[in-house]
Design a binder for this molecule. Structure first.
Ligand code: ZN
Length: 316
């Protein structure tokens, strides 16, 4: 007989869905959905809104949490509808206003750190460590432009988990698939500890559409079918994602005014000028050139750019 499951203050009996706010120490409260399927099985964790300005993923997570029927689930699905609630309601990009840090650079977190460190630690200990699979839903932020793509982890000792994540990634209907070398993102942190995890990027620039949300939900349902958490046959995208392993993430060397010279999905060639920065009087202070033939994955679209922040990403 399947048992009730408890995640912090929320307990769901078999076949039951429970939603509520879960306190993170004295820092904030998280909107959590606990879905306990009727059949024994594995646990899928879904988080959205680690960056509060990435709207399609937050709306998709909210709709998924409403739609998923525990009677049709094998195992458990835990959804954190929006992790960075303060950033969401304050409409800020990247950071949590609670301490000014980028939450996705703080995993696995620190119980004795600032607010963001504590949130990351809380998520790691109480949710990620109990999950068999993990999907972290993102998008381009308010000042960012990108096509849909999926990051699969490339760093971790458990080769089986990396292979399984690769298998999951193939079912995401994205234009590009990037093998990540990062270690500090929420999903990288889990992958390093042996849990198949993905990060999905869909939508950008502070807007969201019904179509993006539908596409996002289709991705998640497809992965749930692939994992056997939901009945039905997963469907591979009609056009497979272009896989990239050699990706350059360029950060600004100076604070100033950013002028990208290439758009997303544009092919660039080695040596091509791809953008420049001026001071507030319009004098060029820095120019950027492509290091190899590649396709542009991401550009910052804000004229204002701070030193050390992302301006363009390209890869092949
Ligand atoms: Zn993000």
């Amino acid at each position: 007989m399947k048992k009730a499951i408890t995640f912090m203050n929320l307990t769901a009996a078999p076949g039951q869905k429970v939603q509520g706010m879960t306190p993170v120490y004295d820092v904030c409260r998280l909107p959590v959905t606990v879905i306990n399927g009727v059949r024994e099985g594995e646990t899928l964790l879904i988080t959205a809104g680690i960056h509060g300005g990435e709207y399609p993923c937050i709306e998709a997570a909210t709709q998924l949490a409403k739609e998923i029927d525990p009677e049709k689930i094998k195992g458990q699905v835990i959804i954190i509808n929006c992790v960075n609630m303060a950033g969401f309601y304050d409409r800020v990009s990247y950071i949590t206003p609670l301490d000014g840090k980028n939450l996705n650079r703080l995993f696995p977190g620190d119980e004795n750190g600032t607010a963001g460190d504590k949130i990351a630690y809380f998520l790691t200990e109480n949710y990620q460590k109990r999950a068999d699979y993990y999907l972290d839903l993102h998008g381009g932020d308010i000042h960012e432009k990108l096509p849909p793509y999926v990051y699969r982890p490339g760093v971790g000792e458990n080769g089986d988990a990396l292979d399984k994540a690769y298998g999951m990634a193939k079912y995401i209907n994205a234009k590009f698939m990037v093998k990540s070398k990062s270690t500090t993102g929420a999903y990288n942190s889990r992958a390093i500890l042996g849990i198949p995890s993905l990060l999905i990027e869909r939508g950008c620039q502070g807007v969201w559409t019904g179509q993006q949300v539908e596409d996002y939900k289709a991705d998640v349902y497809n992965v749930m079918k692939y994992l056997g958490i939901m009945d039905g046959r997963p469907v591979l995208p009609a056009v497979p994602a272009v896989e990239m392993t050699n990706v350059i993430y360029l950060d600004s060397d100076v604070t100033g005014m950013w002028h990208p010279l290439a758009d997303i999905e544009e092919k660039i060639s080695k040596g091509q000028k791809i953008g420049y920065i001026t001071d507030i009087f319009g004098n060029v202070t820095k120019e950027y050139f492509a290091q190899y033939d590649a396709t542009v994955l991401y550009i910052a679209t804000s004229l204002a750019i701070a030193e050390g922040t992302a301006i363009i990403t390209y890869g092949n």
